[in-house]
Design a protein around this ligand. Structure first.
Ligand code: HEC
Ligand code: HEC
Length: 201
């Protein structure tokens, strides 16, 4: 009977030791991961305060202040005018929910809110309007499929063909980061071809 208690006690002690070692290990690891890296999980390729458009402007300063609290600064070119307003509301609701559990999250007042939205929209992505004839072409399929999932389908005239090649490659990296299947090189070529064809007008 006694030895059974002893065994149980030993088992309990070893379990507690394992637990404590695990805790200590986790504590030691935390500072290494660092805040910067955690912020990069949501927005991997964030911009620095100086890389954003019009860095010194009031809109840019407000954007930096409020939008870098939980993650890296997103590129304003990532969304179109319409999309930014919805995205902004989503962020405000995050601030109201998770923000209440995080110390020191500050929210913009009504005036500042409008200024940030105007700032984001004026540097937002130029996109094709819904129902644009370009999207009805049979060769628009790959473009529409691959280029309108994260943001609306971009306006082909914003880049020259050589630039599009680089942009499409960069977008493929975003796909990888966001856990989406990558495009095949033939698909990327087709997209660049579609975009380049719309230039000559
Ligand atoms: C309280 C924390 C918090 C603040 C402040 C915040 N965000 Fe976010 N943001 C999040 C969370 C959480 C996600 C991931 C979930 C999601 O996408 O909704 C995210 C994701 C994003 C994304 C990428 C998601 C996507 O679908 O593209 C963008 C872009 C973004 N935020 C923009 C902004 C902008 C602009 C601001 C400033 C107005 C801002 N965020 C402020 C918490 C925050
Ligand atoms: C997985 C999400 C995702 C997909 C899919 C995606 N994009 Fe993007 N796009 C982004 C992000 C993030 C940014 C902002 C950062 C940047 O510019 O790299 C962006 C910005 C842009 C910009 C504005 C910046 C610039 O250089 O002009 C253009 C144009 C663009 N994307 C075109 C495309 C095209 C064309 C496709 C289809 C091949 C595509 N995107 C597919 C995520 C995506």
């Amino acid at each position: 009977m006694k030895s059974r208690y002893l065994k149980l006690l030993l088992l309990l002690i070893s379990l507690m030791t394992f637990f404590l070692i695990g805790q200590l290990y986790a504590m030691g690891k935390k500072p290494q991961q660092g805040e910067g890296k955690a912020k990069g999980v949501l927005i991997p390729e964030g911009l620095t305060e100086k890389e954003i458009p019009e860095p010194g402007s009031r809109g840019g300063t407000l954007f930096t202040k409020y939008c870098s609290q939980c993650h890296n600064l997103p590129n304003p070119a990532m969304y179109s005018n319409d999309e930014w307003r919805n995205m902004f509301e989503r962020m405000v609701s995050h601030a109201a929910t998770i923000g209440s559990t995080m110390k020191g999250i500050v929210l913009p007042d009504m005036g500042e809110k409008e200024e940030i939205i105007v700032y984001l929209q004026s540097h937002g992505l130029k996109v094709l309007i819904k129902g644009s004839p370009a999207l009805k072409d049979p060769d628009a399929f790959q473009f529409f499929w691959y280029c309108s999932t994260c943001h609306a389908a971009p306006d082909p005239t914003i880049h020259a063909p050589e630039e599009w090649k680089k942009v499409v490659t960069r977008m493929n990296n975003h796909r990888k980061h966001w856990g989406r299947p990558e495009m095949a090189s033939s698909e990327m070529e087709e997209i660049v071809k579609f975009l380049s064809k719309r230039q000559a007008k």
